[in-house]
Design a protein around this ligand. Sequence first.
Ligand SMILES: [Zn+2]
Length: 117
Amino acid sequence: MPKPKAAKLSFLAPRLTAIDTRTAQPAPKVADPHYATPEHQAWRAAVIRRAGGMCQAPGCGRTGVRLFADHVRELRDGGDPLDPANGQALCGAHHTAKTASERARRQGERYHRPRPA
Ligand SMILES: [Zn+2]
């Protein structure tokens, strides 16, 4: 006896669209011109080569995926742009997660900055 086909459900498109209700818009993302320099390209290649083409996030180790050379201490936080010791290779998921958490931390610091006495 042939297996019955599962019924296909179709849905109406949502009639409401999402609106951006943030009262404080984050600054537009502007790429640092540093990332276009040959020095950065060389640093990036060295960081990924040193990692053996593997994501260096603890417990990840993904290979065969696009890797991002990440500044452990971000440039906007005063990290050295070209020191290989300030670099780690991260897969897209870990790079995105780190970038988001660094951004949240930075915004939190700005918000919670203690007032001078
Ligand atoms: Zn990873």
